[in-house]
Design a protein around this ligand. Sequence first.
Ligand code: HEC
Ligand code: HEC
Ligand code: HEC
Ligand code: HEC
Ligand code: HEC
Ligand code: HEC
Length: 496
Amino acid sequence: MTKPRRFSRLFYNRITYMGVIIFLIFTVVEICLFILDFLEKGKNLYLGLVMYALLPGVIFFGILLIPAGVFWKKRRIRREFPDVELGRFRIDLSLPHHRNALLVFIIAFSVLIFISLVGSYKAFQYSESVKFCGALCHEVMNPEYTAYRQSPHGKVKCVDCHIGPGAEWYVRSKLSGMRQVFRTLTRTYDRPIQTPVKNLRPAEATCKQCHWPGKYFSTMDFSRSYFSGDDSWPPWHIRLLLRVGSGKDQSYGVHAHMNIQNAITYAAEDKKRQNITWVKSVAEDGKETIYVSPDSIWKDKTPPADRLRTMDCIDCHNRPTHQFLAPYRLINKAMQLGDIDPSIPMIKEKAMEAMSKEYKTAKEATASIKKDLEEYYRTKQATYYAANPEKVEKAIQTVVGLFSTNMFPDMKVRWDTHPDNIGHMVSKGCFRCHDGEHKSRDGKVITHSCNACHLIVEQGPEGQLEKNIDGLDFKHPDGDDAWKEMSCTDCHTGGA
Ligand code: HEC
Ligand code: HEC
Ligand code: HEC
Ligand code: HEC
Ligand code: HEC
Ligand code: HEC
């Protein structure tokens, strides 16, 4: 007498075996990973991806193979032995092999439900996490992630600005996210990733969750030092009071003019929104003023609706967290702080040159910056170098460090590929509209006055500062007056 089978004979086939084996092995693996992840407090990034994205799929596949094998076997028996009575589908709990099959089914199904519940919750949490956005897509997001971590928003989650609250935007972002994951895996993404972001959620639902007019400072105080490249003028100091505007007195300052006092709509002739030639301002009382620059393609007509954009936070704060700073700013600051000793001859110019060169990879950049600077000081400044090797070495280390956190050759990202719209010195920024050229029919001009946005309250060489709390007339550090007729960006690029 043969041993009674535990299950219906239909279960005894290769495909079903394979399904059971896959199911068992990967369930055990998944459980071990759960424990590991728990012990490591979710620190390991790739573990997360394997656990929540990959393994549940494999386990589910294993479970699918079990009935697939049954159907396959049934068909084969039918084809080979058309006379065999296979019986109808029925469940009879008095038969041991039915009881067993049901038991296995219930266990497998519960495991699956458990994994998919915990898994989808964890997958949700995980795909929302900064780690997922920034670190997993390593190379692609490296510039944004690195800049983000050192910015004032380094603790704000990516999704708080990029997605915001609400189910609709969550789904939208996941749909476009799938395309992005695909492009990452196939390495067909743009370098650099395009900016401005086309479908960024309006600032209303993101920035304004944390910042609102009542909370702005009324003025911000900037103190900066500037150093000459070729040591031809002494270190220069400027202190600016930036009139940001506060909630109590909303009619004054920078923040007043966008959505508090006026609604401003504009059209740019380029995709990066740098060449703005048509601007409409609607005052609170409904009065419209249209400002056009002299060479605008929309001089005598209204731009088409799909080119119009209503100004919001992002039109000025386009780099609130992914700040890729220009060499002049980085080096001035390092010299101000003493990380680069200002007494090293020609250091500003040489460091600017090293940081501004175009490199292919970050590795090449590091090696080349070190080599070029060392060679210059060893050969061209030999006496100074012999007496102060440690000062030069420290400066080189600083330059390399600043480069690697602000310029990303692998993704072709640097200050000039992602211009910052706050300010006007090395990219047009505020002067996209405030260049003194945007005029209305009745002769109104969008202001270019140096005291409209900020007051210069201190300026001059260290130790001989001019001071006036009501504002000083700007003096250019090298004594030149060309800035009165030209835009700062005609000469200043931020690099060498
Ligand atoms: C404080 C809000 C904020 C946070 C937090 C934030 N971003 Fe951004 N991000 C922006 C803004 C604003 C832009 C530029 C929008 C524009 O110009 O259209 C941007 C642009 C980008 C771009 C497009 C390329 C570029 O540099 O313009 C990428 C990629 C990006 N962010 C990734 C991330 C990642 C990854 C994180 C989390 C590590 C993150 N962001 C966190 C606000 C934010
Ligand atoms: C989840 C909350 C949150 C969101 C969303 C958010 N921020 Fe912030 N923001 C902060 C915090 C926190 C700081 C740091 C405040 C500080 O340092 O005093 C900050 C600081 C800033 C600063 C001052 C930076 C500086 O140099 O001191 C600016 C400008 C700013 N945010 C703009 C934005 C813009 C624009 C957006 C939308 C794209 C945005 N924020 C979205 C929380 C947020
Ligand atoms: C017309 C350009 C412009 C627009 C539009 C704009 N800002 Fe600003 N904002 C500035 C400037 C300039 C500063 C000064 C900071 C600087 O230079 O980095 C500033 C400073 C800030 C600060 C830091 C100082 C503070 O008061 O806390 C926050 C936060 C801020 N803005 C949030 C916002 C938010 C939120 C929006 C959208 C509702 C917005 N801004 C729209 C130009 C603008
Ligand atoms: C898209 C065009 C545009 C951009 C970009 C822009 N502004 Fe303006 N701004 C205007 C217009 C238009 C007005 C005048 C509003 C009116 O008609 O009264 C104005 C007015 C102002 C005023 C009030 C000036 C006064 O005394 O009447 C301040 C301050 C200001 N802007 C600051 C800034 C700063 C700072 C930036 C850059 C961070 C900036 N704006 C960028 C269009 C712009
Ligand atoms: C529409 C507003 C606006 C006008 C008009 C304006 N500025 Fe500025 N300026 C700014 C803002 C905003 C910043 C701060 C940028 C930052 O946070 O670095 C700035 C920064 C500066 C700085 C420091 C630059 C740096 O990179 O360190 C100088 C110098 C300066 N402005 C000079 C001038 C002079 C000179 C004029 C007149 C020709 C002028 N500004 C007109 C808005 C304006
Ligand atoms: C005709 C060309 C030209 C124009 C226009 C111009 N600059 Fe300059 N600027 C220079 C030169 C040249 C230097 C000296 C660079 C050096 O010695 O390293 C300089 C230096 C500076 C510095 C010190 C720079 C640093 O790297 O530390 C500041 C700040 C500055 N300019 C502000 C401005 C502002 C603000 C404007 C616009 C209102 C402006 N400049 C317009 C040519 C110009």
